[in-house]
Design a protein around this ligand. Structure first.
Ligand SMILES: NC(=O)C1=CN([C@@H]2O[C@H](COP(=O)(O)OP(=O)(O)OC[C@H]3O[C@@H](n4cnc5c(N)ncnc54)[C@H](O)[C@@H]3O)[C@@H](O)[C@H]2O)C=CC1
Ligand SMILES: Nc1nc(O)c(N)c(N[C@@H]2O[C@H](COP(=O)(O)O)[C@@H](O)[C@H]2O)n1
Length: 214
């Protein structure tokens, strides 16, 4: 049965204690070797998706650089369209297709994004309707999406069981701190359920890359 949504992979680097960033937002956890692997993963998907806090904190490019290959479409979940037009991902939108997803009743910031060649998608009234967004993206020919976080975005996808694969690098650091960002933020599950199957383990010096499927 052909799915009406793209295949969704969540990818992240986590500390031994499950954090993806320190309480000051630092997230340089992966080794260069792992970054090369990640850029190979990015090359293999049609789109890469992050939440607006990741754009705000990291000012990422979200491109393929450490290997040869085409950069995927970039998708930012930004319900109120608050991302800065000066962010790298917006400033490079004429070169790499970029989509900003906002809520349906939000349009006052559209112009600043459209001026940079960004495609706007409006989806959802109070929160972005991910099921509807994924159907729209599938219809646009996007068949495989890499969700690169952060923790809140990961929660929204996992809560609605919209994830097919999880690839996490366990990096050899302890981050700690109640306010540091975890791999999955949000309300959290009340029960230990929805287990994932461990498909593969890859050791890279002091890092372990774990591959899970639903
Ligand atoms: N170590 C790693 O692999 C990675 C680390 N990070 C780190 O994670 C941190 C950011 O994570 P978070 O603060 O959790 O934020 P986030 O990057 O997940 O963005 C969350 C925001 O995105 C929007 N959003 C996402 N899904 C939505 C939905 N379904 N409906 C409506 N709005 C939605 C909301 O505005 C929400 O507040 C940064 O410090 C960054 O450095 C980010 C990606 C990867
Ligand atoms: N897998 C992974 N390992 C890390 O150590 C990371 N810090 C991240 N961060 C993600 O990559 C984005 C930066 O990408 P660019 O180098 O700017 O293309 C960052 O925003 C996170 O999404 N990921």
């Amino acid at each position: 049965m052909v799915k009406s949504r793209p295949y969704v992979i969540i990818s992240a680097a986590i500390s031994i204690d499950g954090k993806i960033a320190t309480n000051t937002g630092r997230s340089n956890l992966s080794s260069k070797k792992d970054l090369i692997r990640i850029h190979g993963l990015r090359k293999s998907v049609d789109a890469i998706l992050v939440g607006k806090n990741t754009v705000q904190t990291d000012d990422p490019l979200l491109t393929v650089r450490y290997v040869k290959g085409k950069s995927p479409i970039r998708i930012i979940l930004d319900p109120r369209g608050k991302s800065s037009a000066k962010s790298k991902v917006i400033m490079t939108a004429t070169k790499i297709p970029t989509i900003i997803v906002t809520l349906e009743n939000v349009s006052k910031n559209d112009e600043k994004f459209i001026a940079h060649g960004v495609q706007m998608i409006k989806c959802g009234k109070k929160i972005i309707n991910l099921k509807k967004l994924l159907q729209i993206l599938k219809k646009q020919g996007i068949n495989k999406i890499l969700v690169e976080g952060g923790g809140t975005t990961n929660w929204y996808f996992l809560k609605q069981q919209l994830v097919d694969e999880i690839i996490v690098t366990v990096a050899p650091y302890i981050v700690g701190g109640r306010t540091a960002i975890s791999f999955v933020e949000g309300k959290g599950f009340t029960k230990i359920s929805n287990s994932f199957k461990l498909k593969k383990i890859q050791r890279m010096q002091n890092e372990l890359v774990l591959y899970y499927v639903t």
